[in-house]
Design a protein around this ligand. Sequence first.
Ligand code: HEM
Length: 281
Amino acid sequence: MSVASSVDSSGASGLSFFERHEFLIRRLHSLSGLIPVGAFMVVHLTVNASVLNGPETFQENVYSIHALGKILPLVEWVFIFLPLLFHAAVGVWIITTGKPNTSHYAYGANIRYTLQRATGMIALVFILYHVYHQHGWLHMQWWLDLIEQFGGHQFRPYNAPSTAGASLQNPIIIAFYALGVTASVFHLANGIWTMGITWGAWTSPKAQRNALYVCGVFGAALLVVGLSALGGMVAVGSGEGFENARQVEDKMFESKVEQGLVDPNSHKKAHEEPPGEGEAE
Ligand code: HEM
């Protein structure tokens, strides 16, 4: 049964907004999963994995991103958060109103169909937490001051490796990140395969089998990148790794200030004082 015929109708035509525009909305949902959301995820995991080459490499990458300055929040909202919210909202709509078609696919495809929906829900919970944990959702000072006390907004761009690493020292949080990254990677890799069907890129059973193999290899490679990034961050967040990262970050910050590239009183820097003694950012 189609989604359109399985939901209550409303409006003059007897069809809801979603039902009237279902084809277009589903195509936009499909496209947004790859561009920009999927493409961003690949870049994001790769940049994070650059910490494995040493804290300076990751820190330099973060400086390059923050070189966008005042337009960075605009870029984040237009190319990352809004497309992701759109994809997630339509995804939740599909999951909560669509009928599982377990009798229509071959066994393997049925399992992947269910996993695509389950990993979408896991990715949603994980991404909401992850953005709260590192970024803080909204960059309003009163809000950031509030959520810092509840584990939010841990990342400081000018102390990128050490603050990201320090926020990833609790085994439960590490396990949740590992689950979230694994679910998101599966969702993208399997999603690219289902996209090829949605858009008619692979139609014959043989072409679909070949595409499944390519998507599987892509997913496995991206999973290695994602989990390595997590491991690299954990390692740099305590002990000698942390001390070394802080020294590297401080040197880079001083040099950027000297060159006039960053503001010496930047709120993007970690608190130097023990919590509670310093001025709130
Ligand atoms: C990590 C971020 C995400 C990426 C990279 C991503 C990527 C994709 C891709 C490429 C597809 C395939 C589209 C198609 O079959 O035509 C897809 C499908 C899907 N996504 Fe996502 N997605 C993400 C997050 C989410 C979230 C948070 C949800 C919400 C729960 C979600 C729900 C869905 C659903 C239900 C489908 C299947 C649509 C269908 O079979 O018609 N996704 N996703």
